[in-house]
Design a protein around this ligand. Structure first.
Ligand code: NAD
Length: 499
């Protein structure tokens, strides 16, 4: 059995707590590795190394820091296949999807090459007689990030690339479900020229997370994961005086207007609802056709497409549509929620229950499900299922459809499919959700924009990546300097505006 390590101060280090988490191969159900679960002492050691290494890194000029990012981009491209394979083996997603996971992280590393430009401060020449004023963006010191299982390459890079480009040291606590790719990324960053101690990976669970939240040296915490944990981390981190941003769960609605191209809408729903087995925070889990006729047409188009979906392990070729879910517990939770849908009266028009794959009977595969006539009081509507289950809620009017997206407690992403520009503009302007797609089902913003939801999908104010990340990972310091020319005026005792 492979025993995974932490990556501390440039070395692979064995866990000393004696506690481990099983890392599965979700396709076979076998335990393929054990991930060490750090205790507070192990975390404190990493913080010590980070704090020792950070001042020299902060003093390294931003162009040199950016060169590490440049090199990292080429190393990610060099190792793309290796990273994708390691990712699929622990996560279960298909190889093209795993490469996409790496690619979307790589794009943020590329964005961080612009650090010298993004970190330029503001300057006012002649703010008063002999007075100049300038603002600097300085790193926070030691930052930490806690990441989910579903994007083990992308989300760590969304955090550590800007944090490090800004001159911070970063401690990553990845998901204990799939920690191998984060460890590989830390090695690659050092190959790219990053000094030891600036990026460390400490594996763990709640104990390691609490050690981060309570450590006085750690200045900021980024979290991505489920909403209850996001809320907990935000509360404890903030009350300990840290800067915290937490991104939580989702329940993304896609509105289908009567004038939409129904084939296009159905194809979009297949990819957005079932891709990655529904384990995406930007997955569409609720389809909202407007009008009974639209709903009937949509369901009719969806059923044959869903029945054709190819579910399988990543090893069986790139035509597989989606793989297994991450653990047997995740599978059991999906099955439980599907059963509540049936019990609470939704119409299970595609029944994926009892799905089994020959040769992979112990894998965590879940067949695709489609529920019709779902209502907002049902559990399958209220809760995030995080599986290949699409719920169709029929709305009588556009206002009803908009109201559903607005009233749901989650607000990560949403989409509208229509040919009517006015409806699309109205939707984008009024809906209280962070990321909007217009005829785009998964509207994940590119690296130079920012990513973040609203409502219970987020705790904190700044978004991930783009210019917001450079605000999150820096502190502003403003200097007022006076070089009097000519006669000195003596002491000035009154607080007064600049002349
Ligand atoms: P999770 O909340 O179970 O775990 C996320 C991280 O928190 C992991 O590193 C885990 O070790 C840690 N953790 C788990 N339980 C903890 C506890 N009790 N105390 C402290 N830390 C704990 O989430 P997950 O299952 O890994 O990921 C799926 C969730 O993440 C979904 O809800 C999904 O919507 C969400 N997600 C959100 C975004 C976003 O940007 N909003 C992106 C990806 C995933």
């Amino acid at each position: 059995m492979q025993e995974l390590t932490h990556y501390i101060n440039g070395e692979h280090v064995k866990g000393t707590s004696g506690r481990f988490a099983d890392v599965f191969n979700p396709a076979t159900g076998e335990v393929q590795a054990k991930a060490p679960l750090a205790n507070a002492d192990e975390m404190a050691k990493a913080v010590e190394f980070a704090a020792a290494a950070q001042p020299a890194w902060a003093a390294t000029n931003p162009q040199r820091r950016a060169r590490v990012m440049m090199k990292m981009v080429s190393l990610l491209n060099r190792d793309m296949d290796k990273l994708a394979e390691a990712l699929s083996r622990e996560h279960g997603k298909t190889l093209p999807d795993a490469a996409g996971d790496v690619q979307r992280g790589l794009e943020v590393v590329e964005y961080c090459i612009g650090a010298p430009e993004l970190l330029k401060g503001d300057y006012t020449d002649g703010a008063g007689p002999g007075i100049d004023m300038y603002s600097m963006k300085q790193p926070l010191g030691v930052s930490a990030g806690i990441t989910p299982f579903n994007f083990p390459a992308m989300i760590p890079m969304w955090m550590f690339a800007p944090a490090i480009a800004c001159g911070n040291a970063f401690i990553l606590k990845p998901s204990e479900r799939d920690p191998s790719v984060p460890l590989m990324l830390a090695e690659l960053m050092e190959e790219a020229g990053l000094p030891k101690g600036i990026l460390q990976v400490v594996n763990g669970d709640k104990e390691a997370v609490d050690a981060i939240l309570d450590h006085p040296v750690i200045q900021s915490v980024g979290f991505v994961g489920s909403t209850p944990i996001a809320e907990y981390i935000y509360g404890r981190g903030c009350s300990n005086g840290k800067r915290v941003q937490c991104f939580g769960g989702a329940k993304n609605h896609m509105i289908i207007m009567p004038d939409a191209d129904m084939d296009q809408a159905a194809d979009a729903l297949i990819g957005a609802g079932y891709g990655a087995a529904g384990e995406r925070c930007m997955a569409i889990s609720v389809a909202v056709p407007v009008g009974e006729e639209t709903a009937d047409k949509l369901i009719e188009k969806l059923i044959p497409r869903i029945e054709k979906l190819k579910v399988g392990p990543y090893t069986s070729g790139n035509d597989v549509d989606y793989g297994p879910v991450v653990t047997s517990a995740a599978k059991a939770n999906i099955e439980r929620l599907v059963q509540t849908g049936v019990d609470q009266g939704a119409d299970l028009v595609v029944d994926g229950r009892g799905f089994s794959l020959q040769g992979y009977e112990d894998g965590f595969f879940v067949g695709p499900h489609l529920f019709d006539k779902v209502t907002p009081d049902m559990d399958i509507y209220k809760y995030e299922i995080f599986g290949p289950v699409l719920s169709c809620v029929r709305a009588a009017t556009y206002e009803d459809a908009l109201g559903l997206a607005m009233d749901h407690e989650m607000g990560n992403g949403t989409a509208i499919f229509t040919r009517d520009g006015d409806a699309a503009r109205d939707f984008a302007a009024r809906v209280n959700v962070g990321m909007i797609g217009i005829n785009v089902p998964i509207p994940v913003p590119l690296a130079y924009h920012t990513f973040g939801g609203w409502k219970k999908s987020v705790f904190g104010d700044l978004n991930q990546h783009g210019p917001d990340a450079f605000k999150f990972y820096t502190r502003t310091k403003t200097v007022t300097s006076r070089w009097p020319s000519g006669i000195k005026e003596g002491g000035e005792f009154n607080f007064k505006p600049m002349d």
